[in-house]
Write a protein that binds this ligand. Sequence first.
Ligand SMILES: [Zn+2]
Length: 313
Amino acid sequence: MNCPVCNCGTKNINSVYLLGLIESSTYYCPNCGLYFRTPLPSIEAIYSYYTSRYFRYPESIEMEMARRQGSFILRKLSNEQIDLSKINYLEFGAGRGWVLSYLQSFGSINSTMGIEPDEVSVRWGRENLEVNLNKGTLNEDLITEISLNYPETNLISLIHVLEHLHNPFELLALLKKNLKEHFLFLEIPNAEQEGPVMKIDTFPWSSMGQHFWSFSAKSLRLSLENCGYQIISLETEGNPHYWDRSIERLSLWNRYFNFISEKQRYGDLNLMDFFTATCNLVARNGIIKVKSLVAPKYTRLDLPIIRILAKSA
Ligand SMILES: [Zn+2]
């Protein structure tokens, strides 16, 4: 399997029952640092999976995330000496509209609009944040509709969207091709820290390791350049130890299940082995719990991420 970004050879690092829908494998590209899964569920199956599972962070966290994202956008555009009063912002997967609200109150941007598939979020954002938020799903038809009805759009934003898409490269190419000259803002989890989690988190009940794509700074930069975008600024943020405890806990469960399945495969799993392994698991899990009482507590704001501003010209 060659890397879809840099075309180099990749390593198959595990098998995973992706979203509880399909037997898939995780690949890692040592050249550009991309992690990806294949095969993926169908576009329809992904859509119905995400519309039935919606997750929100506490309001104070969502507001602070939006402040960081919004201020990055305004700062970088100002550095480029862009006249903000000529910017028409469009965010796909805008959630409840926190970034729209931030840009509306703190920027002098001409217009802001968000598209979000979840109806409850759309209603909440309209009523509570008074933002221009509309229900819709990101696909080729929607991009065509935007290009016809909102040709003034010149700043596209995709915040934690790429990692969930069936084909992010096709989407970037569609945006580049169909919309007039524009800026593109992206935020995604950083594969440098998230990758090791994707490598060991193959548990069907886990939602942490279920991204389809995990981009490193290099693979994201290359993906955009391959589509004809020019990078203006790339920044990373977050605590590099954010995933440490999850990795410790997942490794422990992995060792336990590997031991049991190895023993089963050779038909020599006896009650004593099972009992010893289980006691070991419980004891080590207890140690992790005690350690976590005194360890620093991280919030979603500490998640290691990459932010990028690019332009289509
Ligand atoms: Zn690669």
